[in-house]
Ligand binder design. Structure first.
Ligand SMILES: Cc1cc2nc3c(=O)[nH]c(=O)nc-3n(C[C@H](O)[C@H](O)[C@H](O)COP(=O)(O)O)c2cc1C
Length: 185
């Protein structure tokens, strides 16, 4: 099963997540190419059967490159198996707080609306955790998410190299395994 993962990342979290999905799918016997859309352009998707598109979130927005990919190939993607995911710095806090309203909103805004916008019918979607470095934030970022660091502490996330990394590798691997199962079905 030839698979393409196209992603966009601002702070690097989605790079790690994409690599982990690729690793898991390779273990399942898939042939996987990973493309950082900020560095590489994709011209042709005809050889791929499964296409996974992912992005980091910033103020409710995807990075523009994977979104441009969806726009450019929307007609061709309609005939492929497609999955989409995002990296979110705040999802772990919503989960910790049991804030189902915020989680529902994120699911709609980050994933469902994106799929609808490009007439996609994804076989899987996911919101994974992200990475936040509060010590490096400029005033704009502080204004948006800087007040959250206390909640990360409260929720028991450990700071490593000044980063709060909320990526759940088991969840990422399980999602990729389940995706492999769906593709084979
Ligand atoms: C200025 C700023 C705004 C952010 N806005 C959001 C947001 O609206 N929703 C969200 O889920 N995460 C938000 N985040 C957290 C990022 O999604 C998180 O850092 C993630 O790791 C980004 O993925 P990337 O590292 O691949 O770019 C924001 C982070 C920063 C610094």
């Amino acid at each position: 099963m030839k698979t393409l993962i196209v992603y966009g990342s601002r702070y690097g979290a989605t790079t790690g997540t994409s690599e982990e999905i690729a690793k898991t799918l390779r273990e399942e016997g898939f042939t996987v190419q990973v493309v950082n859309a900020k560095e590489e352009k994709v011209d042709d998707i005809s050889e791929y059967e499964l296409i996974i598109v992912g992005s980091g979130m910033k103020i409710d927005r995807w990075t523009k490159e994977p979104e441009n990919f969806l726009k450019k190939f929307r007609k061709k993607l309609a005939k492929k198996k497609v999955a989409i995911f995002v990296s979110s710095g705040v999802q772990a806090i919503y989960e910790y707080e049991g804030n189902t309203e915020a989680m529902g909103r994120a699911w709609r805004k980050y994933l469902k609306e994106k799929a609808e916008k490009y007439s996609l019918n994804p076989i899987a979607m996911a919101i994974f955790g992200g990475v936040l470095n509060f010590s490096k934030m400029g005033w704009m970022a502080r204004k948006t998410v800087g007040q959250l660091w206390r909640k990360f502490e409260e929720a028991g996330f450990e700071k490593k190299n000044e980063n709060y990394d909320t990526r759940d590798w088991d969840a990422i691997q399980n999602w990729a395994k389940e995706l492999a199962r769906k593709v084979r079905a």
